[in-house]
Design a binder for this molecule. Sequence first.
Ligand SMILES: [Fe+2]
Ligand SMILES: [Fe+2]
Length: 204
Amino acid sequence: MTKEISYQKNYVPLTRDELVDRLRKALREKRFQHVLRVEQTAIELAKKNGVDVEKASIAGLCHDYAKQRPAEDFIAEIKKKGLDPDLLNYGNAIWHGVVGAELVKDELGIWDEDILNAVRHHTTGAPVMTKLEQVIYMADYIEPGRDFAGVDKAREITAADLGAGVAYQTKQTLEYLITRAKPVYPKTIETYNAWVPQYEGKID
Ligand SMILES: [Fe+2]
Ligand SMILES: [Fe+2]
């Protein structure tokens, strides 16, 4: 059942319906449906883990806001905000989170750093993540539309221990990239070192 929240705390200068509408306009249908499922999964995980449900809803909806923007928009934003020039060596997979958070701030008027960090770090993770950041990182990975080898295991681990879920996803992602000889964004390696070894023996 879809849980719809009415926003009370002014994290965003829009109602939930208006925010959903902005996402519908920014994304193609398939991605828009994914975003709605991430929101619902994030709300569930938030309730379970003592996280602000309103923040979880907003961050869940906004995490892929910039996913379908052209490369020029990200490059312009990296320059405008003076972000790390190393970002220019990566692409949409990294930009839509790290740089997308800046577009969320500029265009949707969301200034809460916890929400922005959840958007920023949803693909790379980070060595230090708040519970909200962990919730969004995991909701994106395990929302009910996801279907890949290991997703049920990821759901089980996350239901038992949110941090263990973070470690599991991070390990899987790094394995995926390395197996395919893909570049690894340095922050993802930092995420690995901060999260994975402490769960050694518990997440395989
Ligand atoms: Fe994403
Ligand atoms: Fe996503």
